[in-house]
Design a protein around this ligand. Sequence first.
Ligand code: FMN
Length: 408
Amino acid sequence: MAGPVPPPPLAQFAGSPTRRFYTGGKLDRALGIDDLRARTHRRMPRFALEYLEAGSEDEATLAREREAFGEWRFLPRTLVDVSERTPARPILDRPAPMPVIIAPTGLNGVFQEKADTALAIGAARAGVPFVQSTMSNDTIEQVAAVAGLRHWFQLYVFGPDHIWQALVDRAAAAGCEALVLTSNSQVFGNREWDARTRASETRPSLATIANAAGHPRWLVTTLGHGLPSFVNVIGFVPKDHHGFFQSAFWIREQMPKSLSWDTVAKVRARWPGKFLLKGILNPEDVKLALAAGVDGLVLSSHGGRQMDWAVAPLDILPRARDIVGDRMTLMLSGGIRRGTDVLKAIALGADAVMAGRAPLYGLCAGGADGVERALAILHKELCDAMGLLGISRLDQLGPHLLEPMRAL
Ligand SMILES: Cc1cc2nc3c(=O)[nH]c(=O)nc-3n(C[C@H](O)[C@H](O)[C@H](O)COP(=O)(O)O)c2cc1C
């Protein structure tokens, strides 16, 4: 199957009438994240879409992330006064208008120039944190300069220790509030659809080049200043590997397959702020994390891009909450497209969620304004769904308001 996994079948009328998402440029006419996604698909060249959408191998993990949400239904209460309601909820002990964070995504420079700065501006306007990836194409300092931003940094460990130490120190000096260590990506997931856009490791295919040439606006706004560079780490890359693809593959090869809880302890000891581990999907690892002194966990399959046929974060969320109790912050990342997804995650034990593709669709549809629009859509959907469910505050949520659709 080429391209993205389609959204789960909802109430459609077998093709009649023909329905279309809004793909125009008036962002306030984008009613749902799917409108922003449809505009993204109109605007971006195919290789950028494959990078954005692809999962690994058969994309079974990717599909499961959405399916898992479909297996829970609400038990809405009625005749409850919901005239004053808010999805506000603290994130890492600081107030936030909703429990949503922009997840780290690398290489956003293929979508537009200064993409991470745009994501950060959208996040700051919405009052939610933004996690900048190690593989960002904007410098840590450029993003840190965005006024009012809750700036977090995501760390990939690669090469000798001095590299991650320098990155951690730089993130601390830039005032980052939290460090997110990604633990599940030392072996690179087999993303065939992404790889098929290249003729070799270092060369796009002719079809990719021809398709990109058919997107002149993207060419000007994205490649107008040359290919994006991994600016925060390029200084550690040997000069003969500074090319775009060469540097990406070189870094990938330097990621130690021996990453362990010892590394976690070393990073913990060096980082002065809040420290989260991202990429956990097994309850045994949740238990080990408790002993490792981390402040929180992000249950995640990397957006279905790493181990195929894995469970979805939502599948293990209730068990993970049972294990950690109130001793640790628990977050989920994977499959968030609607306010109701956020509600289900919170009801099943998450303190907050990290959304990856949803804000990226906003970015591709309309830069920082599009990111802000994506977050506003999630906020509005959350408020509306809370009212429909009969709650006024998120602490009223719980499994008692959900019904599993299969034996769990
Ligand atoms: C294009 C793309 C790039 C990503 N890059 C990173 C990364 O650099 N670091 C990381 O920890 N996770 C990365 N992820 C995983 C996201 O942080 C997040 O967990 C995932 O996208 C969640 O699923 P969702 O897209 O359905 O919200 C990436 C995901 C995507 C889609």
